[in-house]
Write a protein of this length. Structure first.
Length: 414
C-alpha cells in the first residue's frame, strides 16, 4: 500500500488528527451515534404524537337496467394515544439507546488515542533500537581494525580477529532485523494515519519521565469503577434490558386511544359529509397460550444475565486496573535501575577499553563489555517507551483518557 508523505515531520497530535480523518471505524461509530440520537425523536413521533390517516376509494356499480353508478369517497382519521402501559418504558428505552450510541462513539475515540500512541512509539522504539545496533557495529569495526593491527604487529592473535569478525556478523544480522522492525512499525502507523510516517518527531532524551496522576492503586481503581467506558456501556445494557421487561409484553398492553374520523362521499356535482365519528377505544389483548408470561420471563432472565455480566466486568476492570498500575510502577523502577546500570556498564566498558589499549585485557573482554553496554542501552530505551505506553493504558482502563494526555506526551517530543 502506498501512502503520501507529509511535507514536514509530524508529531503525536498531528498523527492523531490524521488518524481521525482516516479511520473508517471512527466514522462508522460517529454515524451510528448520530443515528442513535434519533431514537428518542422517533419513539415520540410514533407513540406520543397523533397519527393522521387519509384514505380514498372509488366504487363503480353496474346495473342491468339503467345507467351505471360510480361512488367516490374519502376519509380522514386522527388517532391519538391517551395512555399505554409501556409508553414510559419505551421512551426510557430510546433514551438509553441514545446514550449507548454516544458511549460507543466515545469508546472508538479513546481506542484510537491508544492505537496512535502505541503505533507512534513503536516507530520511535524501533528507530532507536536500529540506531543503537548501528552504533554497536561502528564500535565493533573499530575494535576489529585494532585487532588486525595488533595481530600484524605480532602483539595480538588471530583468535582476537576472528572473535571480532563473528561479533560483527551477528551485529549486522541484528541491524537487518532492526531495519525490518522499523519498516513494519512505520507501515503500521502509516496505515493508521493514511500518510507515510517515516518522518516523525523524536523523543527528547532530556525530557523528564512523566509521573502518574496518582501513586495509589486504590485511586485508580476507584476512577476505573466510576469512569471505565466498558462499564458504562454495560450499565446502559442493563438499563435497556430492564426497560425491555415491560416492552416485551407491549403487544398485550392496556391501551386507550382517541379516534376521530370524517367520511366524505363525493358525488357528480355535490360533496357532502356523510358523517363524522369520535370515539375512545380501550383495548387489552390476551394470549391463550401463555405467551405474555413467557415473554416477560424471557426478558427478566436477559436482564438478570446483563446484571451478572456487569458484576463480572466490574471485577475484571478492578483486576485489570491493578495489574496495569503495577506494570507502570514496575517500569518506573526498571527505568531508575537501568539508568544506574547504563552508567555503571559505561564506566566498566571505558576501563576495559583502557586496559585493552595497554595490553592488560583481551579483545574478547572488550567485546563482552561493549555488548553489555549496548544491551543496557537498548533495555533502557525499551523500558522508557513501555512506560509511556503503560500510562496511556492506565488512563484508558480508568476511563480518563482524552486529548490532554496525548498533548502531555507530545510535549516530550522535539
Amino acid at each position: 500500500m502506498l501512502f503520501a508523505r507529509p511535507a514536514f515531520p509530524i508529531d503525536l497530535i498531528e498523527s492523531y488528527e490524521l488518524a481521525v480523518q482516516n479511520s473508517s471505524e471512527l466514522a462508522a461509530a460517529k454515524l451510528e451515534s448520530q443515528a442513535g440520537e434519533l431514537n428518542l425523536d422517533i419513539t415520540k413521533a410514533v407513540s406520543v404524537f397523533p397519527t393522521v390517516t387519509i384514505g380514498a376509494m372509488s366504487e363503480r356499480k353496474n346495473k342491468f337496467i339503467g345507467a351505471d353508478t360510480r361512488t367516490n369517497s374519502a376519509n380522514v382519521t386522527l388517532s391519538q394515544t391517551l395512555w399505554r402501559e409501556s409508553l414510559g418504558a419505551g421512551l426510557k428505552f430510546s433514551e438509553q439507546q441514545e446514550i449507548l450510541a454516544s458511549l460507543i462513539y466515545r469508546k472508538a475515540q479513546t481506542n484510537l488515542f491508544k492505537q496512535v500512541v502505541d503505533a507512534y512509539f513503536n516507530v520511535l522504539a524501533a528507530q532507536d533500537t536500529l540506531e543503537t545496533n548501528r552504533s554497536e557495529i561502528t564500535s565493533i569495526e573499530v575494535l576489529l581494525d585494532h585487532a588486525v593491527v595488533r595481530r600484524d604487529a605480532g602483539v595480538g592473535t588471530e583468535t582476537d580477529v576472528r572473535i571480532a569478525e563473528s561479533r560483527l556478523a551477528l551485529a549486522n544480522a541484528s541491524v537487518i532485523m532492526a531495519e525490518t522492525a522499523v519498516e513494519n512499525a512505520i507501515l503500521a502507523l502509516s496505515e493508521l494515519i493514511g500518510h507515510r510516517a517515516s518522518d516523525i518527531d523524536q523523543l527528547n532524551e532530556d525530557a523528564p519521565t512523566p509521573s502518574m496522576k496518582s501513586g495509589q492503586v486504590e485511586d485508580w481503581t476507584e476512577l476505573a469503577l466510576k469512569n471505565n467506558i466498558d462499564l458504562e456501556i454495560q450499565q446502559v445494557q442493563v438499563n435497556i434490558a430492564e426497560r425491555s421487561i415491560q416492552l416485551a409484553t407491549s403487544d398485550y398492553d392496556f391501551a386507550a386511544r382517541l379516534n376521530f374520523r370524517i367520511n366524505d362521499r363525493l358525488g357528480d356535482t355535490d360533496s357532502l359529509i356523510d358523517h363524522s365519528v369520535a370515539s375512545i377505544t380501550i383495548s387489552k389483548s390476551f394470549s391463550a397460550g401463555g405467551a405474555e408470561s413467557r415473554l416477560r420471563k424471557q426478558a427478566t432472565l436477559q436482564y438478570e444475565a446483563e446484571l451478572q455480566q456487569l458484576k463480572a466486568l466490574r471485577t475484571r476492570t478492578a483486576t485489570l486496573t491493578s495489574s496495569t498500575f503495577r506494570s507502570a510502577t514496575s517500569l518506573i523502577e526498571q527505568i531508575d535501575a537501568l539508568e544506574v546500570a547504563v552508567n555503571a556498564v559505561q564506566s566498566s566498558y571505558d576501563l576495559t577499553q583502557s586496559n585493552y589499549d595497554v595490553g592488560l585485557v583481551t579483545s574478547l573482554e572488550v567485546l563482552d563489555a561493549q555488548q553489555d553496554l549496548f544491551e543496557a542501552r537498548r533495555a533502557l530505551l525499551e523500558a522508557r517507551y513501555a512506560y509511556l505506553r503503560s500510562l496511556i493504558a492506565l488512563e484508558l482502563v480508568a476511563g480518563t483518557l482524552d486529548l490532554s494526555d496525548l498533548q502531555a506526551l507530545n510535549n516530550l517530543l522535539h
